[in-house]
Design a protein around this ligand. Structure first.
Ligand SMILES: CC(C)(COP(=O)(O)OP(=O)(O)OC[C@H]1O[C@@H](n2cnc3c(N)ncnc32)[C@H](O)[C@@H]1OP(=O)(O)O)[C@@H](O)C(=O)NCCC(=O)NCCS
Length: 185
């Protein structure tokens, strides 16, 4: 386990026993970011499928091809990053490209360096694997996330959509090269 500069937050790879708390935190972070966009019914169903027992996140936590780093305040997760093989529909990805599929931090920890530590881990881990480039997708109106990603040299490289219930939104695919040291932060 590693600690950040002020010692409030520690970072570790999640263990099996962290599954439940991590899914609950992820559900809360997603809901506080995007809940205002959707009707409660379909939104709740989506949250159950993504973060419920046996859902997408639980499956990915058991997948050795998916890597995680979780930020904890005491025993409680407050943020996480998830690195996967490329899943986004990128147009001409280089072999071995990876994806920062999620980086989520609870609102009270925004702007406090937690996301920066998670991003540094993702870039360093991907580069250490020899990945030539890293992708992510971002909701086009998520201005805070886009500004954060831009700081690390990501730029738009394509489009995709995200559908929840009967609403389909424009997402953007962003990428950056991984040659050279991680920057930003
Ligand atoms: C995206 C996220 C990981 C970034 O972490 P963070 O700690 O908030 O990031 P930082 O505060 O270091 O950087 C945010 C940047 O956006 C800016 N910003 C803050 N609020 C903003 C707003 N409403 N509109 C535009 N920019 C904004 C900040 O000034 C900062 O830019 P700067 O460094 O150039 O000044 C975090 O906000 C988060 O988890 N959000 C909710 C989940 C989410 O959206 N995840 C990404 C999904 S693609």
């Amino acid at each position: 386990m590693r600690h950040d500069g002020n010692g409030l937050v520690s970072y570790k790879i999640p263990e099996a026993g962290d599954d439940r708390a991590l899914r609950a935190m992820a559900r809360r972070a997603f809901a506080e970011t995007f809940g205002h966009l959707y009707d409660p019914g379909p939104f709740g169903a989506f949250l159950d499928g993504a973060y419920g027992p046996g859902g997408t996140m639980a499956r990915d936590l058991g997948d050795p091809a998916v890597r995680w780093l979780v930020a904890f305040r005491a025993a409680a997760p407050v943020g996480y990053a998830k690195l996967t093989p490329l899943r986004a529909p990128a147009l001409a990805p280089a072999p071995g490209a990876v994806e920062l599929q999620q980086i989520y931090v609870l609102a009270e920890w925004h702007g406090r360096g937690v996301a920066a530590r998670l991003m540094a881990w993702a870039l360093a881990t991907a580069a250490a694997d020899g990945a030539p480039e890293i992708y992510l997708t971002v909701f086009d109106h998520n201005e805070r996330a886009k500004r954060f990603y831009r700081r690390y040299g990501f730029a738009e490289a394509g489009r995709c959509t995200f559908t929840l219930g009967d609403r389909t939104d424009d997402d953007r695919i962003w990428r950056r090269d991984l040659e050279g040291p991680a920057s930003g932060g």
